[in-house]
Structure formats: C-alpha cells, structure tokens
Design a protein. Structure first.
Ligand code: ADP
Length: 730
C-alpha cells in the first residue's frame, strides 16, 4: 500500500517534468531539482509557522520574499519543463544573494542562525546537474559572500533581537535542511547509477540483437549462392551430359557472388586500414558512366524500373580510378533499383562545376521507398540496414554504402543524401576534377574493371538467362507448383530439379506470386522469404486468408534458419519451412509429405454432408466446402442448375472453382455436383416410396434412363436394386 503510494507519487512527479525524448537520467535530475526547491519552500513555510508571532518583521519579510520567488520558480519550471541549467543558475544566484543580504541585516554570521549554510546547500544541490561552470559559480558565490560577511561583521549594526528559542529553532531547521540536501544528492547518485546500469543493459541487448540480425543478413547473402553451387554441382555429377554449360554458368555466377561479397568485406577492411591503393587514369568518364548504366539495363528491366542516363555532355575527360568510381556509382544504382518498386524510375545524371576548383557532380536519384529522416545518419554505417515494412526482406549485407563512403573519401570527394520517405532518394557525389594522370585509350569498360555483374543482389548477368517464367513448364498431367523466387538462378535451379515431377509456374516477386496463385490456383507453392515488395510471410498470410487459395500448401524456402523466423513463418500459415542450403532429397520429401497430407484432407471433404462450419475453428477451406454444399442443397432439385450457377453463387472463376474443388475433394466441379445429386437420390430411394423416375426428377436429372446409368456406375447397383436391398453397402 505504502509502496504503491510512493509509486503513484513518483509517476505524478515524472508526468509533471517529463518532455518527449527525455532520457531517464534527465527526468531524474528534473525531479531532484523540483524536490530540492519544494523542500526549501516547505521549510520556509515551516519556519514561519513554527515561529508564528515570535518573529520580528525583518526575518518575516525576508522569508516571504524567498517563499514568493521559489513558488514562481516552481510553477514556471513545471510549466516549461526545460532549461534546468538556467533554473539552477537562477536559484543558486538568488539564494546566495538573498542569504547574504539577510545575514547582513541580522547583524552577521553569529546572528544568522545557520543561514550561512544556504550557499553550501545550493552547491550540493547543483551537483545533480553535470555542469562544471554551474558548480564553480555556486562555489564562487558561496565563498565570496561568506568572506564578505565575515569581513563586514565588525561594521554591521546589530540586527533585531530574537528570542533564544527562535534562534535555536532556526539553527536546527537550517542544519536539517542542509543535511536533507546532502541526502538528496546521495539518493540521486544511487538512482543514477541504477538507471545507467539499466540503460547499459538495454543498449547491450540492442547491440546483441543488431549483431544477430547482421549475421542473419550476411548468412542469407551467402546461403543462396551456396545452395545453388551445391545443387547444380550435384546435378552435373549425376547427369554430366545434360545442360552442363548452363549449370556450370550458374555455378560460376554464384561463386562470383560469394567472391564479390568476400571482396567487398576485404575491400572495406583495406579501406578502413588505409591500405587501398588508387589507380588513377585520365579517360572519358561520361562514356564510362554510360557503359556502367548499360550494364544495369537488364536488372532494371527485370525489376520493371525505368533507368535513365542524363549526361550534361557526351564526353568528359578527367582523372579517375575506374574501379572506385564503379564501386561508388554501381552501388548507388544497385540500391536505387533495389529500393524502388516496379513502375518507378532511377536517374543517373552529372554536370561539371567549372569554378575553381573544378568539380564533377554526379547524382543518382530514384523514386523509391526513401529513407526515414531519423535513420539518415546511420545508412553509411558498417552493416547498418533499415528493416521496416516498406523494404521488408530485400537482401543485403549493409556494406554497400559504407564502401561508397570510403571510396569517396579515398578519392577526395564528398557524398550527400537527401530523401523523403515514400517519394525517393537522391545521392550526390562530388568528385575533384584534375587532368594530370596518363591518358588511357581506349576507355575501360566497366566489365573490364573486373567488377561488372557482381553487385550484391543484382544478378545482372543472371537476368539474361531468365528462364520461361510465367508460363508453366512441364506436362499438364503433373501437379502444378508455383515457385515464388526473385533470384533467377535459384528459380532456374528449382525448375531443373522439380521440373520432371511438377508443372512449374514461376513468379519473380511476392505480388506477382499472389496474383498467379489466385489466377492459376496451383497444387503447391514454394516461396522464398526475402524478396523485394511483399515478402514470403506476407504472401503466406494473404493466400491463407483468401478462400480461393487457402487450401494450397505453402513451403517457405529461406536462408533465415533462426527459430524466430520459423515461428513467424508457421504463424503466417506456412505448411513447411525449408532452410537453405537444402538438398534435393529434403525438398522432394517435404513436397511429398504435403501431398500426402492433402490426400487425407480430400477424404474428409469428399464425404458429402458432414461438414460443420458452426465449429469455431472452421478454416476458410471448411467454410468454402460448406458454402458449396449449401448452394447445392438449395438447388440440387433444379435440373437447370449447373456449374455456371454455382460459380455465380460463389463469386469465383471457373478455373478457381475447378482447381479448388479438385484440390479439396479430388473431383472436378461437374463430378462433384453429380455426386451430390446421386447421394440425395440414394437417400430418397431408401427413405421414401417415390418411383425411380420421380427420384430422378426430384434430384435434378431430366432423363431417368441417364440417371439409372450414372447411379449404377457410382454405387455399383441399379436404383431398383437399392430399393430392394436398401442396406447393401455401395
Ligand atoms: P544494403 O546491403 O542493405 O543495401 P547499404 O549499405 O547499401 O546496404 O544501404 C544501407 C541501407 O540504406 C539499406 O538497408 C537501405 O535501407 C538504405 N538505402 C540505401 N540506398 C537506398 C535508396 N536508394 N533508397 C532507399 N533506401 C536506401
């Protein structure tokens, strides 16, 4: 009870002084200030009340002045909640001067009843604020006024005489006040230590989380190409005569990617250690940049982003290190394309500032997701990545911009960035222009600098080998598998591995994947988790919520093998989770497993008339089947009722109905409707005395002969036989 009262009081006090953005220690300081000031005010009140009627007018007036000023100070501070240093400065100055003049009026230190301690109390009090000048000022005032009062003592007229009990009383209260201030300071130091320890623990936890995220990111960057290398090598070993060229190309590209990542990390280490040499040549940088932009054309097309080159002139000769310029501009273009959704634009432009010193200004602008202002100062930090909803699951190591900044520093340039979330970003690189290096003819094409096609996550070369993606490959009779994967090599690899067992559709990002899943209703979905735009988890959630696709088993394929990602995946409704690098047998076993599970479900849904959607955990599949059965229940007697009417009632397309119903019951829609009618007919034959023809008409068959034929096929006995042996099993 007592404790909760204290907690309540503390909460109210915190609310009185807190400003948004205040740290715990800042709040604590404000509270100590307020407590000190309120304490002294309270003491003045106590002094007055305790000596009521005994005090001569002089101390009374001094007391009232102090009370008035302190109250104004308290109210003002609670109102402003800021400027603690100025408030302390004022309090210290005012208290010292007030005590000084009061002591003089009382006739000197010996008659001051301990008032000379005021300055010392203020000094202790001001220690809560970490300001050396405040401390020095407090000490200076205290020492000065003390020395002055001591020096002036012999010349002072005697003050008003006070009864001895009042003197002692004032002495005791003043000393207590001083001790209370020391106590407050000790309390403050203890609390601050505790809060700082807590803050440190939180910071450590954050660093820890950052480190795990960093490892997860880098692991992801490595795992995908390593899966490809392992998988393709296995394929080549097992079947060396088939597609060897393409497969070894994928292996080479993936190895290049791993190498590039290692190169980047080593380059960064060399740059940071100041051990990266410059190889400057004099050449045409305009042409160089144009070629560089050209090498990104494939990636831009793949990402459906328009890439524009806006040169100020067609030729511009100057000194530059092609490898470093490519490192800078290539990374900026690669980021621009990575963080711009399809339909957007990325521009590379440059112009020359011919005022001395001559400078080249290169701008890379995009209309992408932008960078939140509060994150702007971190993006050049090593391994820093922004991970928010707008850029979820885009791969990356967080090294790119750090390298860019180091390269720019190395060549004596500058880089700035401006950005608006949701509108885009602009990176401006300013390079010094000189023309003293040996002229290089012909100009180095980016590919010749050894860096081309190896930017993280861009797969510029791989795009060229993009396989038939949107159209399904493989014979129609095979189960249909939708692969959602943004890495073309990985996609190609999966097609190679799975193409004989499945008819494969492929989507290159989450949004396209969802669209294709709804349009084609595949039997199974294999989706990557880290993709630009909608990530694998979102794809999963979206499809599992949609009754048209909720039945499709989804396997998430990911480099993020940590348990929290697995949990997120399973919570999103994924049926299985496969971590890269995986091997083919694992993948096959996983897919086969899901098909077997589906078979079990089919048996459940194929049995007509047993669904109970009132059951609270009824999923979208159960609800869908119940809806189908309700529509059929209401219409089976109507002979004109057919698939078209069912489609209309359910509000879905023919393909969707067909694929969904086949997946859930193993039967196409027309068979399912007929089966429903036959079951109804069977029930009528067993429970009523209607003739076979009447039963046929009552269940939507216009031709009793046809009815008898299909009935016999379905139940292995004629309607009349059933009537005669109603208990015979069908
Ligand atoms: P990453 O490998 O994550 O792309 P970078 O060092 O290249 O690492 O970039 C650091 C972060 O800055 C990225 O995670 C990204 O969120 C942000 N960023 C960089 N360029 C852009 C851009 N053009 N638009 C939006 N965000 C960007």
């Amino acid at each position: 009870m007592k404790q909760s009262l204290a907690i309540d009081f503390n909460r109210h006090l915190t609310a009185l002084v807190r400003l948004p953005g205040d740290s715990d220690v800042a709040i604590l300081r404000k509270k100590v200030y307020l407590a000190g000031l309120s304490g002294i005010t309270l003491i003045v009140v106590i002094l007055h009340l305790g000596t009521w009627g005994q005090l001569p007018p002089l101390p009374l007036h001094y007391g009232l002045v102090f009370l008035g000023v302190s109250l104004i100070e308290i109210v003002l501070f609670i109102w402003l909640k800021r400027g603690l240093e100025y408030f302390l400065f004022f309090s210290i100055t005012f208290s010292n001067l007030w005590a000084f003049s009061f002591i003089l009026a009382l006739g000197g230190i010996t008659h001051s009843c301990g008032l000379f301690l005021t300055g010392l109390a203020c000094l202790v009090w001001s220690m809560v604020y970490p300001s050396a000048r405040l401390l020095w000022w407090g000490f200076f005032l205290f020492a000065l006024t003390l020395i002055l009062t001591a020096g002036l003592e012999p010349y002072l007229p005697p003050g008003p005489s006070m009864p001895p009990f009042v003197s002692i009383y004032l002495y005791v209260v003043n000393s207590l006040w001083m001790s209370a201030n020391i106590l407050l300071l000790i309390f403050y130091i203890f609390r601050r230590e505790k809060e700082m320890a807590q803050e440190k623990a939180v910071r450590l936890e954050e660093t820890d989380a950052l480190r795990s995220r960093l490892f997860a990111n880098i692991a992801h960057e490595f795992r995908t190409p390593l899966t490809l290398i392992r998988g393709m090598a296995e394929l080549v070993r097992e079947d060396p005569s088939h597609g060897r060229k393409e497969r070894t190309e994928v292996i080479e590209r993936s190895a290049d990617k791993v190498l590039h990542l290692v190169d980047e990390m080593l380059n960064l280490a060399r740059l940071e250690a100041g051990a990266m040499p410059l190889h400057v040549v004099q050449s045409d940088i305009a042409r160089f940049l144009r070629h560089l932009v050209d090498t990104f054309a494939g990636l831009a097309e793949h990402r459906k982003v328009r890439l524009h080159f806006l040169p100020e002139t067609d030729t511009l000769w100057m000194d530059f290190d092609p490898e470093k310029v490519e490192g800078i501009i290539g990374n900026l273009l690669s980021n621009g394309l990575k963080y711009t959704p399809s339909g957007g634009d990325v521009y590379l432009g440059f112009h020359l500032f011919s005022d001395a010193p001559e400078r080249l200004v290169i701008r890379v602008r995009d209309t992408g997701v932008g960078i939140p202002p509060e994150k702007m100062s971190y993006i050049f930090d090593r391994f820093y990545r922004i991970e928010d909803d707008t850029r979820q699951a885009t791969g990356g190591s967080g090294i790119g911009l750090t390298l860019v900044r180091e390269y720019v520093k190395l060549i004596g340039g500058e880089i700035t960035v401006s950005s608006k979330p949701g509108e885009g970003s602009e990176f401006t690189v300013i390079l010094p222009v000189t023309r003293q290096a040996p002229v290089q003819m012909p100009l180095a094409h980016p590919a010749e600098t050894g860096q081309a096609n190896r930017f993280p996550g861009d797969d510029r070369a791989a795009v060229a080998s993009d396989v038939a993606r949107a159209d399904g490959t493989g014979p129609d009779s095979l189960p249909c598998l939708l692969v959602i994967e943004d890495n073309p090599d990985m996609c190609e690899f999966l097609q190679l591995v799975l193409g004989r067992k499945y008819r494969i559709l492929s989507a290159r990002n989450g949004d396209e994947g969802v669209r294709m899943a709804v349009d084609h209703v595949p039997d199974l979905i294999l989706s990557d988790v880290m993709m630009p735009g909608m990530d694998g988890f979102q794809v999963c959630r979206t499809l599992k919520k949609d009754f048209r696709t909720s039945h499709i088993p989804i396997v998430l394929l990911t480099a993020r093998a940590d348990s929290s990602s697995r949990v997120t995946g399973l919570e999103a409704g994924a049926d299985a989770y496969l971590a890269k690098p995986f091997n083919r047998r694992e993948l096959f076993a996983c897919l086969q497993n899901l098909f077997t599970q589906r078979e079990k479900l089919r048996i459940k849904y194929a049995s007509i008339g047993q669904l109970n959607i009132e059951y609270p955990s009824a999923g979208p599949d159960e609800r869908f089947m119940a809806q189908v059965q309700n529509v059929l229940e209401a219409n089976y007697a109507d002979e004109s009722f057919g698939i078209e009417n069912l489609l209309k009632s359910l509000g879905i397309s023919r393909v969707q109905l067909h694929r969904k119903l086949t997946a859930l019951t193993g039967e196409p829609a027309s068979h399912y409707i007929r089966k429903f009618r036959l079951k109804k007919a069977r029930h009528l034959l067993c429970t009523t005395s209607k003739s076979v023809a009447e039963v046929a008409y009552a269940t939507g068959f216009s031709d009793p002969n046809y009815f008898s034929r299909v009935f016999t096929q379905a139940f292995d006995m004629t309607p009349t036989e059933l009537r005669n042996h109603p208990t015979r099993p069908s």
